[in-house]
Ligand binder design. Sequence first.
Ligand SMILES: [Zn+2]
Length: 275
Amino acid sequence: MSEVRCPKDGSLMVLRTAKRGPYIGRQFYVCSYPGCSEIISYDVQNYIEALGDEQWDVRRAAAMGLGEVGPGAMAGVPSLMDALRDERWDVRRAAAMALGEIGPDAWAAVPGLIEALEDEDVRGAATTALGEIGHGAMAAVPSLIRVLQDEDARGAAAASLGKFGAAAWPAVPGLINALEDRRWDVRRAAATTLAEIGPAAAAAVPALIEPLRDERWDVRRAAAVALGRIGRDAIAAVPALNEALSSDRDEAVRRAAAAALKRIWESGEDDSGSE
Ligand SMILES: [Zn+2]
């Protein structure tokens, strides 16, 4: 293996074996610069080097390996960012997935992932990854809203937008459309994200009434939860929620309808609107 340099200060890193603690026997590269605490696990360093391999399947396996390490593979973020521009689409897609599995610490890859949304083969994986990065990926919200128009990545976009909470409110019109998608998982993801947006999703109230009669129980439940989270502005849905409460065949839906009705009444009484 070639020499390993600290990603923070460029100093030489030396291989050490943990002598105690939970990682006893495991090997790590430790920065030689006094006071620098940068550590890279031996596995992660191996994967980083393998991302530069000539063979595409080795590069893809390396990206997947970093994804399996997850949040501990932060040192691999710069190399995975390069891999987003690999000539092979399956390497690019594996890199996007790995960045999502690393999660919030992969924030530096957000611009590259937004760019990857234009790459048809990678769009779904990049969409999911931006959601997994969460608040550090806030700049991606307008791009994710555009992905809602892509039939193949719509469900992933609807789900990812939910990770931004109320800040995803500009997505409400696109999510209203997605409530009518022919795929139930897309309808459910749209309703679930409208619930995360909460009172700012009030414009979706009329569109959430129909899904209370969806053929899928989990879509019906998600619609009831969303109406409850919207709160007092969902007052127009009260008759439909009462009907779900009294006659839905699924207990989980009846319970969600009861909870939603309670939230709508309580938010009507309490002007703070915090619930
Ligand atoms: Zn260092």
